[in-house]
Each structure stands twice: as C-alpha cells, then as structure tokens.
Design a protein around this ligand. Structure first.
Ligand SMILES: [Zn+2]
Length: 544
C-alpha cells in the first residue's frame, strides 16, 4: 500500500482527537466581508458570521471567522453587502394572504392604474374563460399616477370573458357584469358595492375559494415572496374571512417540512355571543406555545368578541362578556392580541386588562394592542405598566393624506413611535397586509423613517421618527417579542437562530427614499438558504 493512501485511510477511519474536536465546533457556513447589522443591545456592526446547525456560532472579523472554517465549511463572500436579521411582521394576515396568493391578481406596489389594469388583462390571458380574477386589497388609488380607482367598464374591457372583483380595503369593491351575474347582484350601480366593513367581508365570503392544492401553492409562493423581501417570520392575528377550516394549506406545508417563514398564529372569536365556547373548544388540546420553531400557537386575538370589535362605546354587558373571555385566556397562560383603533376609547379596554391583571399578572403573557395609531402618552404609560406591547403598522402610508387634511398637528405624531419607545413600550413593526396595506417590509421601513404617505406627502414629523437601527429593531427583535421569541431570534447574536437577509443595497447609508426598493439577495432561515438572487442564485439550488 502506498504511504499516501495509507495515511488517508487512517485519517478517514480513526480521526485523531484534535480533528474530531475541530469538527464538532466548526461552522457549516461562514459569511465573510459583510456589513452585518446585528441590532444587538450595543447596535454592533460586524464583518463576518459563522453558522452551525441552524444557529449563529460566532460573529467577528472576516479573519477571525475564517480561522473557524474547516474544509467542509461553506464560505459565502458577501462582497461588502449589508446583512440584517430576518424581518418579522408582528401583525400580518399571512395565513389568509397565502391561501389566495397563487390565484389572486396582485396590485401591491403598482404605480399606475393602467399597469394595474394590465395585470387584469394578463391574468385573463393566462387563465381559462370564466375563471374569477380577484384583487383582494393591498392597494390605494393614491399609489397610482392617475390617483383614481378603476371603473367597471375598464375592468370589463380588460377581461370581458372573466368575472372580475376588485376590493379596496374594507370600504369599496367593484364587480364586472359577469361577476355581478355570477353572484346574482342586481342592485350595484356601475358594479360598485360600498362598506361598512361587514358588507365587504360578507361579499368576499361569496367569492369562490381556491382549491386546497391552489391554497398550498399560494402558501409556498407567498412565503417565498416574503423571503424575497428579507422576511423570515410573521405573527398572524387571524382575521376576517378566515375560519378554522382555512388553516389546512399552512398545516400541509408545515407537515412536509417546507416552511420558509416562521409563523406564530392566534385564533379569533367567530360567532357573536359564543366566542368563549368556541375558543375553549378550539384550544382544548392546544396549549399556549404548542408547535415548533416554524409554526406555533400564540394564543387569541386580534378579534376576541365580535361585540367589542371596533366598538368605541361598549355596554357594561359587552365589557363583562369580554372580561370573561380574556380572564379565561389569562388563566390558561395565553398570549392575547387585541385590535383597537382609537385612543379615545382604549381606556375601556385597558381597564378590563387591569381587572384581569389583579387576578393573574398579564405581563409574562405578552398581551398586545394592535393599531391604536393615535395612542396618547397616558395610554402608552398604562400599557407599559401592564407589560402590554404595541404592534404598530404603516396604515398612514396609505391613509396619511386624509389625516393630514383633517388635523395636521395630529398627523405629525401619528403613530407616536418615539414617544412609545422612550416610554419603554415594547413595539413590533408590521403592515396589517394584505387587504389594507402592502406586505412589503421595505415600504414600511421607508415610511417609518420618512413619515411620508404613498402620495409623497409628509405626514409624521421627525420627533416621532426613530433612527435606522431602531427602525430595524422594531421590525426584528421588537416583533419577535410578541411570540416570545426575542431570546431566540430578531437579532444576530451567538446562540440565536440563523435567520438573516443579505440586502440589495445598504439600508444604513442609502438615501431614505430608496429604502422601499430594497430586496433580499440571500435569505436564510435556520441557516438554510430559502431565497437567493443575483450573485447568490446558485446557493439556493445547492441547498434545497
Ligand atoms: Zn386589526
């Protein structure tokens, strides 16, 4: 036997102790030559990061991380690019958006009405005659150069052989003649149906649902779309038009081990007066926190009882019914998130939380209020004292112009991000997509930083504008708090999950007006590449 082969055999079969030790500590992947914005407590920026078994092993200089590498370590040269923690939306109706993502027509971010109608025309060509074309929200006329909504005639001309349904938030929808005929609607002038919200929700429920196979395709495609935008996690608050039976596509993707976005989901009351019974039944075998790092049950909300939903003047009986549900949730150790719009009435909600807190301390349960764009310092102080967090969304990106016209002084502090931050309220960023907003986190981050609406109007002032690291913090570790995950993700620190995004531009230094155009060129979840583009495209094929 030749000495070299003999040596290789010896090394392969009985490895010396030093080599084994090195292997157990060696990273599977190192990222080098980057600008890694860790959002750790010191806001450190590092050059390089090592990953092993889905977790961050170490951070440091490129030279330091290279010394950890062995021959089996994959080395990814970032070429000076910026890396951020995987973004987490703390209030995204992701399960609902995912269900229909493969079958709906998407107007997110489209800047002209003619392009939007072009998407209807393209979809009509791609789909069989008679197939429904549905735009379920996520747009406003103010994003269009034409600054107006589509007419029934325009939509019908673009897709004469298909029923077309276009919804704007929860206030307005337009249907083409084939759509009206299919639903037996005879009373809509020019095909237009207007709110209240309940009317639009009921109308949407009459549209055909995608098949389970289409929902599964949609779920995979939507998660990939979020990965493309640097997202690795969502906290899902249930929502309108989403019933217990609608979770099967998500569960299918999870069961196959194909989740590329971590989902923490909560359950809603669905039937007026029966919410406590429903929630008891739904959660009898579903303890708070049940699941794994990819899919986890995160309690109840954002709708707890129908009677308290968007109700600024609840009766004592409605408050008592609500109290019974949330006291039950507290007793079961459940997290809770509550949709609330207006500061003038939120004291009613906080008083119920106070009452429960006297019996069961709620701070460890991480309850939260969603929206509350006009939160006063007094309400924020009460929330901070109770340990109640605030999920804050970019609704003013679509809707800031109206508030500006109505009350410029109020607009300037809406939402009061810096006041809340300085008071020590836990804040998670997000969008509330996809009916009432775009899901794009970079649209939202740009809005956090410049306070401007989609039309370009300056709405929020600099006194309520965080710096870039703090903005990122809200969208990462801030959001992670709401699903009890801030100790495992949301910042890039040794021991945390390797969820990160390499960006197409430098978030920290680029002109703020270009932040909305950022994308990820490499997204990792659990140290695995889930999305790669441009110079990193080959990495995705290699690992999945
Ligand atoms: Zn809500």
């Amino acid at each position: 036997m030749r000495p070299l082969i003999f040596l290789l055999l010896v090394l392969g079969v009985t490895r010396p102790a030093w080599a084994q030790r090195e292997e157990t500590l060696s990273p599977d992947t190192i990222l080098v030559n980057g600008r890694i914005v860790t959002v750790d407590a010191a806001s450190s920026v590092r050059q390089a990061l090592a990953i092993r078994d889905g977790k961050i092993l170490a951070l440091g200089t490129t030279a330091e991380m290279r010394t950890l590498a062995t021959s089996s370590t994959r080395i990814i040269d970032l070429g000076g690019r910026t890396v951020i923690p995987g973004l987490i939306d703390s209030h995204l109706h992701a399960i609902r958006a995912a269900q229909t993502f493969a079958t709906e027509v998407n107007w997110t971010g489209v800047r002209s009405l003619s392009d939007a109608i072009g998407r209807i025309r393209d979809a009509a060509k791609a789909k069989p005659k008679g197939a429904w074309l549905i735009v379920a929200g996520g747009w406003t006329e103010r994003q269009f150069a034409e600054n107006r909504r589509p007419t029934q005639a325009e939509l019908h001309a673009a897709a004469p052989d298909n029923p077309v349904y276009v919804q704007l938030g929860y206030t307005w929808a337009v249907l083409t003649p084939p759509a009206l005929a299919a639903l037996n609607i005879t009373s809509a002038t020019d095909g237009v149906v207007t709110g209240p919200q309940a009317t639009i929700i009921a109308l949407f429920d009459r549209l055909p649902k995608p098949t389970l196979a289409q929902q599964i395709d949609g779920t995979r495609a939507f998660f990939r779309e979020l990965n493309r935008l640097g997202m690795t996690g969502v906290v899902d608050p249930g929502g309108n038009n989403l019933f217990a039976a609608d979770y099967q596509a998500l569960f299918d993707v999870w069961r196959r081990g194909d989740m590329t976005v971590r989902v923490a989901y909560s359950l809603n009351g669905q039937t007026a007066g029966k919410e406590l019974d429903e929630l008891r039944s739904l959660t009898a075998l579903l303890p708070q926190g049940f699941g794994d790092d990819m899919l986890r049950f995160n309690g109840i909300g954002e709708r707890i009882t129908l009677a308290m939903n968007n109700n600024d003047a609840p009766t004592p009986a409605q408050e008592e019914e609500y109290y019974q549900v949330v006291r039950w949730a507290a007793g079961r150790g459940m997290t809770l998130t509550m949709h609330w719009n207006s500061d003038r009435s939120v004291g009613r909600l906080l008083s119920i939380f106070d009452r429960v807190n006297a019996e069961v301390p709620i701070a460890p349960l991480r309850w939260s209020i969603a929206h509350l764009n006009d939160a006063s310092p007094e309400s924020l102080k009460r929330m901070q004292a109770l340990g109640v967090g605030w999920t804050m969304q970019d609704s003013m990106y679509f809707n800031g112009d109206q508030l500006l016209a109505r009350d410029a002084a109020a607009a300037r502090r809406t939402p009061p991000i810096e006041t809340a931050r300085k008071l020590g309220v836990v804040i998670g960023a997000g969008t509330d997509a996809h009916r009432v907003a775009s899901y794009n986190p970079f649209t939202s981050l740009q809005w956090i930083l410049d306070g401007k609406s989609v039309s370009g109007a300056s709405v929020r002032g600099p006194e309520e504008t965080p710096d870039r690291v703090n903005a990122l913090r809200l969208y990462a570790i801030g959001s992670a708090w709401f699903s009890h995950d801030d100790d495992t993700r949301g910042s890039l620190e040794a021991g945390k999950l390797a969820d990160l995004a390499v960006l197409s531009g430098d978030f920290m230094t680029m002109p703020v007006e270009r932040i909305g155009g950022l994308e990820s060129v490499l997204t990792m979840v659990d140290g695995k590449v889930v999305y790669a583009a441009g110079p990193f495209t080959a990495l995705e094929r290699g690992t999945r």
